[in-house]
Structures are given as structure tokens and as C-alpha cells.
Design a protein around this ligand. Structure first.
Ligand code: ADP
Ligand code: MG
Length: 335
């Protein structure tokens, strides 16, 4: 038998579908990726491509009616798909944490931030009283909030958006997670603060040896912060590569479009807009490649079947029929 992977996270053919009156929405439709301990993976794609549903699926936060999960998510060799919520709650916040775009939706406006951090410390590490308070102060220091001791007594509305996002990060770190899923953590912030938060996430990851899945619609953000990137389109990963390789030799026309849509290095950030058309409606997916209707290289085979990921090198995969036919199918690449 193949040796057990030492990977922290091994996602195989993950599927998250929603049964709705409009039909089955295949929000995540068979994605696979691996994350080593301490590694940082970027998940990028336009709005609606399935990034957040992927993030929620990883932390077992999907209890929408009609939600069907399939495939496998191995976290430190433990299967999370189908894990009872009671078991999932033991992992979530402690070994796996998540932060979101909008801190105001996750922070409780009526409680002081110190109390909220101490609550997480109590829940995940059994800390109380002056121990918890000292650790909460240390965490606020760690996330770069000045005058941390005094700030513990502040309410969320007394802090800026960027500072509240730092508080959210402090709460996420309270359980000393091995994996942090950060879903658009800087999207609501202005560019300067955004860069500071990305820098913070990277430095904390190095200090704590934590793995990070960074989700963003902005390839610029991903390129700045990540070692490896997976590009999502219509619920699937269409390309995956180390960041440098992706920028050197993007193989999927969608990725090429994303790179082409990046603003110049010294210009202002703007939303991805250079690829004409939009993500197909989830209830009206084309039978073949989901990107075909927008693709300048579309040909008949694109509409016949959904192309699978092909290996271009041992770390670079792309799902496009134009990827050199000589490339080995993924399955045949030695692990
Ligand atoms: P992204 O984060 O990449 O912008 P999402 O993961 O939020 O995209 O959504 C992917 C698709 O799944 C979208 O078409 C969205 O409308 C759909 N979706 C997300 N959550 C639900 C749900 N609870 N019920 C039905 N459809 C959903
Ligand atoms: Mg999202």
C-alpha cells in the first residue's frame, strides 16, 4: 500500500452541492489539493467560483438544508467529511480556525474585545482569569495592536476596521490552530492596511508553523502572500502551481486572463474585469469546460466533456485540452 501522507490537509474530490428549487447547484464540484504543515496555499477566482463554500466545507460549517457533501477531507489523517457536528466542534476554532472578510459580522458589538479573546482562550485552552488576560494581551501584541493592555477593554466600535480584523486574527490564533482558513481577510480594507494584514498573516504563520489557506478574488493579494496557488472556476480547480510558475507559464486561458487583468505593479488595484463575460449560472453549467463560453480558444472538444487536471510538471497542473497532449495524466505522476 502507498505510505500514508504526512500532509496536514488532503482534499480529494470534494463536492458540495446544494439542492434548490432551481436545481442542483454544484458550488464545489470535485476539487483536490494537498497542504503540508506550515504551508500557505492561495485559492483565487472570481466571485461565485466556489471559494467560500470550499472554505466552509473544510471547517464543517455547512448545514444548509439540501447540502450534500462528497469526497474526502483528511485533516491530520482524520476524515472530516461526514464527521458528526459534535466532533467537528472540537476541532473548529482549536486545530482549524477561520477568519472572514467582515470582522463586524463575527465580533460581538456588546462585548469588550478582551472578553471575546479570553472566551476563545477558555474554550480552546481552558485558560481563565489573569492567565487568560495575560495571554489575550500577548495575542493583541502579536497581531500588532498598539497599547494592547488598554485595548483589551475597548469595544469593537472603538477600533478601526483594520484593527478589528487584527482582533479577529487574535481570536483565531487563540486555539493555536494548525490550519487557518482566511476568506477574503483583507477585501474590506484599504490597500495600505491590506498589505499590513497580509504581512501579519505571513509572519504569524512563520512563528507558529501554522498552515494557511488564503482565499481571495484578487490574484495580486495571492501572489504577494502565497507560495502555491490554486485557481478556481465554476466549482473546480482549473490550474494549480507555485506562484512563480503560474506567472511564468500559466497554462489555462482563465489563469492567463486573470494575470492579464492585474493592474500594473505601481498602479491602483481594481477588480478583475478584463475577461469578457461572467461565471456561468450554477444551475446552467455548460456540459463541457465551464470556461468555454468565455474562452477565445474554444473548440468542439471543449464542449464535449469537462477536462481533467493534467500535470505539466510535478507541481503544475491545469485542466484544459490545450495543455500539451503529451503531458502525463495526473494519476500517473509518481507521488
Ligand atoms: P465565492 O466565494 O468564490 O465568491 P461561493 O463559494 O460563495 O463563491 O459560492 C459558489 C456558488 O455557490 C455561488 O453560485 C453561490 O450562489 C452558490 N451557493 C453558496 N452557498 C449556497 C447555498 N447555501 N445554497 C445554494 N447555493 C449556494
Ligand atoms: Mg466568497
Amino acid at each position: 500500500a502507498a505510505p500514508m501522507s504526512k500532509a496536514l490537509l488532503q482534499v480529494r474530490d470534494l463536492r458540495t452541492h446544494f439542492e434548490t428549487r432551481a436545481g442542483t447547484i454544484k458550488a464545489v464540484d470535485g476539487i483536490s489539493f494537498t497542504l503540508e504543515r506550515g504551508e500557505i496555499l492561495g485559492l483565487v477566482g472570481e466571485s461565485g467560483s466556489g471559494k467560500s463554500v470550499t472554505g466552509f466545507s473544510l471547517i464543517g460549517l455547512l448545514d444548509a438544508p439540501g447540502c450534500i457533501a462528497g469526497g474526502s477531507v483528511l485533516f491530520d489523517r482524520q476524515e472530516l467529511v461526514g464527521l458528526p457536528q459534535s466532533e467537528m466542534r472540537k476541532l473548529r476554532g482549536k486545530r482549524i480556525a477561520m477568519i472572514f472578510q467582515d470582522p463586524s459580522s463575527s465580533l460581538n458589538p456588546v462585548h469588550r474585545i478582551g472578553k471575546q479573546i479570553m472566551e476563545a482562550l477558555g474554550l480552546h485552552r481552558g485558560m481563565t482569569g489573569s492567565n487568560a488576560r495575560a495571554e489575550a494581551k500577548r495575542l493583541l501584541d502579536l497581531v500588532g495592536i498598539p497599547d494592547a493592555a488598554r485595548r483589551l477593554d475597548a469595544y469593537p466600535h472603538e477600533l478601526s476596521g483594520g484593527q478589528n480584523q487584527r482582533v479577529m486574527i487574535a481570536i483565531a490564533l487563540a486555539g493555536q490552530p494548525e490550519l487557518l482558513v482566511a476568506d477574503e481577510p483583507t477585501t474590506a480594507l484599504d490597500v495600505t492596511i491590506q498589505a499590513q494584514i497580509l504581512e501579519l498573516l505571513q509572519s504569524i504563520r512563520r512563528q507558529m508553523g501554522m498552515a494557511l489557506v488564503l482565499i481571495s478574488h484578487d490574484l495580486g493579494v495571492i501572489a504577494e502572500a502565497c507560495e502555491r496557488v490554486a485557481v478556481m472556476y465554476a466549482g473546480r480547480i482549473v490550474e494549480e502551481a507555485p506562484v512563480a510558475q503560474l506567472f511564468d507559464a500559466a497554462a489555462h486561458p482563465y489563469t492567463q486572463g486573470l494575470i492579464g487583468a492585474l493592474p500594473p505593479m505601481d498602479g491602483p488595484r481594481r477588480r478583475l474585469a478584463a475577461i469578457p463575460g461572467g461565471v456561468p449560472e450554477p444551475w446552467a453549467m455548460p456540459p463541457g469546460c465551464g470556461f468555454a463560453p468565455r474562452c477565445q480558444f474554444r473548440s468542439a472538444p471543449c464542449d464535449a466533456a469537462i477536462p481533467g487536471l493534467m500535470g505539466l510538471s510535478d507541481q503544475h497542473r491545469a485542466a484544459c485540452i490545450r495543455v500539451a497532449p503529451a503531458a502525463m495524466p495526473l494519476e500517473r505522476i509518481p507521488a
